[in-house]
Design a protein around this ligand. Structure first.
Ligand code: C2E
Ligand code: CA
Ligand code: CA
Length: 438
């Protein structure tokens, strides 16, 4: 196999110390071998990082370090047989590609490599005890070669974090990491599209009504949409949060949402507009000023605005968050706890939270009406919410069966496709009007 690969790779440059191929060759080889891998002989990747090589370099100089690397590389090559291809990825990191039958065998193979590395090694009258962290990944049928390399690298890092001297096998799920070039590129692309959207007016808000147990509209939630590029909020919101752009997006939606509440009131509908505020936005020191500016610009009654904050924010004891919570309530704005049940908080903490509404996450709702455990969680939240004088909303409700079990469990308000999907302003106004007339 080695000769086959070497014929196809362009002038491979072997590393002078280990004799292994280099990093660029590795990416080419993985791609070539991936195209030839079969389900009986899948490609396995073992990523090895020597532990404590820095210490050896410091004690024996780089020459000493080179001797250790040379010796270990010879051991690895001898142990792995002719089917294996070796690469030096960095000073103390190697990759071995080989066709190993399944993940169990690949793990065993990596363990024998670790044993070889850990055999005592004499250097300058001292006996060293080398060690390494190894990550193993088997190429899945629908996986790209670089994603598989990435998993092996991640597994190696996790072995290192666990103290080194061990082998970790990667699960087949793709994970972003050091080699996440595709992911990073994709994120940069979305970030750029968001910058363009902000600059060109390519954002808008859609509104989804929330209906109480007597059929009245209790509020509408403002949900951001990108009209200039085909991006869903689940795609762009996390990237905006990662890049800090969420602050600008959040300021925009706060102002737009407040303006809409004003227009809605002017049309005779005194309905609360709920606006999502991200953790980063709410943790900023100048949040109260931003909030006041939005209220002032929109010239809206603050009682018509509600902020949806995720539950983890309420557990944040930082003085900025606490000040911002107080400033929001003092301004006459309502607060709702969003996605309740998905964070780490427990029911007991609800009594300390200064929110008037709890929104039970869709994750509990999808399991209804058949999942008894989900139902008993919903019932407990509803009961406690009621005792604490809070309104309880269920999100993502799609069927009448779900509505029935939620109302029976004591939930006050239903939000979901069963009533309406999020829609543009004009459609919502028409929807509200239509409802009024029937
Ligand atoms: P969220 O705050 O939990 O919003 C509810 C999400 O559930 C919305 O997704 C809504 O369209 C969706 N949904 C409502 N009813 C149903 C249903 O019956 N079935 C299903 N499957 N889904 C339903 P959307 O609009 O894609 O927004 C996703 C998330 O993006 C939001 O989750 C929120 O966390 C975030 N987001 C949206 N707009 C903003 C914003 O202006 N600012 C911030 N910070 N985050 C926002
Ligand atoms: Ca929300
Ligand atoms: Ca939610």
């Amino acid at each position: 196999m080695l000769s086959l690969i070497n014929q196809n790779l362009q002038a491979p440059l072997n590393d002078p110390i280990t004799g292994f191929l280099n990093r660029t060759d590795c990416f080419d080889a993985v791609a070539q071998l991936a195209s030839r891998a079969t389900s009986e002989r899948p490609l396995s990747i073992v990523w090895i990082a020597l532990d404590r090589i820095k210490q050896i370099n410091e004690s024996f100089g780089h020459q000493g370090g080179d001797v250790v690397i040379f010796q270990i590389a010879s051991r690895l090559r001898n142990k792995s047989g002719t089917d294996a291809l070796w690469f030096r990825m960095a000073g103390d990191e190697f990759v071995c590609l080989s066709p190993v039958g399944n993940s169990e065998l690949a793990h065993q193979f990596a363990s024998t490599l670790l044993n070889e590395i850990q055999a005592p090694l004499p250097l300058n009258n001292l006996l060293l005890h080398p060690s390494a962290s190894l990550g193993v990944a088997i190429l899945e049928t629908d996986e790209t070669p670089s994603a598989c390399l990435e998993r092996a690298d991640r597994a190696m890092n996790s072995a290192k974090r666990a103290g080194g001297g061990r082998v970790e096998s990667s699960s087949p799920e793709a994970i972003p990491g050091r080699w996440g070039v595709h992911l990073a590129h994709h994120e940069l692309q979305i970030e750029n599209q968001l910058h363009l959207a902000i600059g060109q007016g390519g954002l808008c808000l859609h509104y989804q009504p929330c209906v109480d147990n007597e059929g009245r509209i209790s509020s509408v939630e403002a949900l951001m949409r990108c009209t200039s590029h085909p991006l869903s909020p689940n795609e762009f919101i996390p990237i905006a949060e990662k890049t800090g752009l969420i602050i600008r997006l959040g300021e925009w939606s706060l102002l737009e949402g407040a303006r809409f509440a004003k227009r809605l009131a002017a049309s005779g509908q005194h309905t609360t507009v709920s606006i999502n505020v991200s953790r980063a936005q709410f943790s900023a020191q100048n949040f109260p000023q931003t909030l006041h500016a939005a209220l002032l610009c929109a010239d809206v009654n603050p009682g018509l605005i509600e902020l949806e904050l995720t539950e983890s924010l309420f557990m944040d004891n930082s003085s900025t968050v606490q000040t911002n919570l107080r400033a929001t309530l003092d301004a006459g704005i309502k607060i709702a706890i969003d996605d309740f049940g998905t964070g780490y908080s427990c029911l007991a903490t609800l009594k300390d939270i200064s929110a008037g509404k709890i929104k039970i996450d869709r994750a509990f709702v999808v399991a209804l009406p058949h999942d008894r455990r989900a139902l008993s969680v919903v019932r407990s939240i509803a009961r406690l919410g009621e005792d604490l004088g809070m309104l309880v909303v269920a999100e993502g409700v799609e069927s009448q069966d779900q509505v029935d079990s939620l109302l029976d469990a004591g939930v006050h308000i239903i939000q979901g496709y069963i009533h309406a999907r999020p829609m543009p302003e004009e459609s919502l106004l028409a929807w509200l009007m239509n409802r009024k007339n029937t």
